[in-house]
Design a binder for this molecule. Sequence first.
Ligand code: ADP
Ligand code: ZN
Length: 210
Amino acid sequence: MNVVLLGAPGAGKGTQASLIEEKFDLVHISTGDIFRANIKGGTPIGKLAKSYIDAGKLVPDEVTCEIVKDRLAKGDIAGGYMLDGFPRNIFQAEELDKFAHIDLCINIDVDISLLMDRICGRRVCACGESYHVSTLNGATECKKCGKPLYQREDDNPETVGKRLDTYFKQTAPLVEYYEKQGKLFTVESGKLSPKEVFAVIAEELERRVK
Ligand code: ADP
Ligand code: ZN
C-alpha cells in the first residue's frame, strides 16, 4: 500500500510516520529529511533548498518532484511506502499521479492555534525522534538513543508563520484533491495523544490491508 501523509507543519506527521513505519513496514520517505540531509552534506541540492527552507517557502517543484521520482524508482519500495511532506501543492500531486499509484491519503487535522507553540517548542534528534520542551523536564538528550537534542533552524516564530501561510495557501487544497479521488482518510487529532492518533490510523490501515 502506498500512502501520502498530509497535515500542517506541527500536526505530528513525523511522529505518526515513525509509528506507522514500525508497525506496517512501509518505507518512510520524507522530503524535508532528504533536504536536511543534503544541506548537512553541502550538496548543490542542499545549497539551493536552504534558501527556500529558511524563508518558509517551498523548494521549487522541478527539484522536489525529481527527488521523489528518483527515490520511488528504487526497488525497496515495492512492498509499499509512505510519503511525508510530499506532495505539498496541487502541481506536485498531479505529477505524483503520473509516476506513482497512491492508495490512501491520511490527513492529520489539528487545531491551528496549537501549531505555533508545538513547532517552536519542538526539539529533535538525529535519529528522527522529536519532543516538546514542555515534556522534557530540562533533558537535553534523546530518550531513545542518547544523542543531543537540537532545534531545527526553521522552527523559529518568523519562519513558522511563513510555513503556516504556505501550508494554508498551497498544501491545504490537497485535502479536496484526495477527497475527490476517494482516497482521503482524516484523523481529527483534537485532544488525542500521539498514541491515540496512531490507534485511529492503524485501525484504518489494517482494514485496508485485509
Ligand atoms: P514541516 O512539515 O514541519 O514544515 P518538513 O520537514 O516536511 O517540515 O519540511 C521542511 C521544509 O522543507 C519546508 O518548509 C519546505 O521548505 C521544504 N519542503 C519539504 N517538502 C517539500 C515539498 N514537497 N515541496 C517543496 N518544499 C518542500
Ligand atoms: Zn535519538
